[in-house]
Design a protein around this ligand. Structure first.
Ligand SMILES: NC(=O)c1ccc[n+]([C@@H]2O[C@H](COP(=O)([O-])OP(=O)(O)OC[C@H]3O[C@@H](n4cnc5c(N)ncnc54)[C@H](O)[C@@H]3O)[C@@H](O)[C@H]2O)c1
Ligand SMILES: [Zn+2]
Length: 363
């Protein structure tokens, strides 16, 4: 088993990573949360696959546990779904000592975390992420929340779980394209913080996308370590946490312009990372060979690497509206070398536009 400690004073917690150990969740959380009611929240795809096993384990460890399945998909990451959770909790008399377990991808994790942060002003919760993206990103760091009709992730709270419990075996049922989208974030960690992880990805990427996932526990652990190190230093994104947004300024713009339909988040981030690398090359701060290596690893992960039919001017316009834009300046995370990045807000817009034009017209 791999273990990562997230250091946040009295709110510190562990991330435990292993395989084929869902049935041990009950024993693992005993003593960590009060011996009271537990609600396992999942979605309509993940719930039928794994909730029964999780409930059986909780029951045999003496918990009074039940489950609740929400509809799946980003369009259901709403206050209306959080209210369904509240209704269930209130109706069945869940008290302040109860625990919520998020069994699912980032959507379930964000909804459950937010419900836990706000039900009776805060109850315990545990993350059991089942998508690669949730394992390496959304389950760690304590950002919770839901979308508003006018903006993504507009409503939320910082609220840390008591434990992140990862069983990598569940990735066997994750759709391959969801797995690859998660790889986009994994590649990001290599570029922002860890050249060795990046080297591992260069070596292993073909095997990973072809369903040989032996080295995955180690890779997930490294990503969790990086995210936890960064969020421990800067829980509320005042400074260093911003480097986690590498690839995201352009990525978010592309997602928004295509109404969150054409690209998965990790796919848009892949395009954004390539663009950021090329901009860094044009600014003379990043080596062209290293930019090429990033491109190759993204291609090996079968992630998109062009912005296709989108108009570069529209992408720019969208970036100016981004919440990361300060005082009219576009802020981007740019690589200096594989393993090190820098937040910059002095990028000539002309350079961004040039790169987007090049990437749009490439075959
Ligand atoms: N809180 C944070 O810090 C943070 C960070 C990054 C992303 N996010 C959020 O995470 C969400 C995206 O997460 P996601 O990519 O996991 O999406 P998701 O939760 O929609 O899951 C993707 C799909 O995969 C299915 N799925 C998940 N695990 C499965 C499994 N093991 N087997 C079969 N199917 C499985 C789900 O049912 C869903 O259909 C977004 O809402 C994003 O805003 C949050
Ligand atoms: Zn992301």
């Amino acid at each position: 088993m791999e273990k990562v400690r997230v250091e946040l004073g009295e709110r510190s917690y562990d991330i435990l990573i292993s395989s084929a150990w869902l049935e041990e969740v009950g024993e693992t959380i005993r003593g960590l949360v009060p011996d009271e009611k537990v609600l396992v929240i999942s979605d309509e795809r993940v719930g039928p696959l794994y909730a029964e096993k999780v409930l059986a384990s909780l029951h045999s460890s003496g918990f009074d546990a039940d489950d609740l399945f929400l509809p799946m998909g980003e369009e259901y990451k709403t206050l209306a779904e959080v209210e369904k959770v509240f209704n269930f909790l209130a109706e069945y008399n869940y008290s302040r000592g109860c625990t919520l377990i998020a069994l699912g991808g980032g959507v379930v994790g964000d909804i459950t975390g937010f419900a836990a942060a706000t039900y009776m002003r805060g109850v315990h919760y545990i993350q059991m992420p089942t998508s690669l993206l949730a394992m390496v990103d959304s389950s760690v760091g304590g950002k919770t929340g839901v979308n508003h009709r006018l903006s993504k992730n507009l409503i939320g709270a910082f609220y840390q779980p008591r434990l992140v419990f990862i069983d990598t075996d569940v990735l066997k049922t994750l759709q391959p394209e969801e797995f690859r989208a998660g790889l986009g974030e994994v590649i990001k960690y290599g570029v922002i913080r860890d050249d060795e992880l990046f080297l591992t990805l260069e070596d292993e990427m073909e095997r990973l996308v072809n369903d040989e996932k032996e080295s995955l526990e180690h890779i997930i652990k490294r990503c969790c370590e990086i995210k936890s190190e960064i969020t421990s230093k800067d829980e509320r994104e005042a400074n260093i946490r911003a480097i986690l947004n590498f690839g995201h300024t352009i990525g978010h713009a592309i997602e928004a312009l295509t109404n969150y339909r054409k690209y998965r988040h990790g796919e848009a981030v892949a395009i954004g990372m390539i663009a950021a690398a090329r901009i860094a090359v044009k600014m003379g701060m990043f080596d062209d060979m290293q930019s090429q290596r990033l491109w190759e690893v993204i291609v090996k992960a079968k992630l998109p690497y062009r912005c296709g039919i989108l108009d570069p001017e529209d992408i720019m316009g969208r970036m100016r509206k981004d919440k990361k834009v300060r005082a009219g300046k576009i802020r981007m995370v740019l690589p200096k070398k594989i393993g090190e990045v820098e937040v910059r807000d002095d990028i000539p817009e002309k350079e961004i536009l040039n790169v987007l034009c090049e990437m749009g017209s490439e075959k």
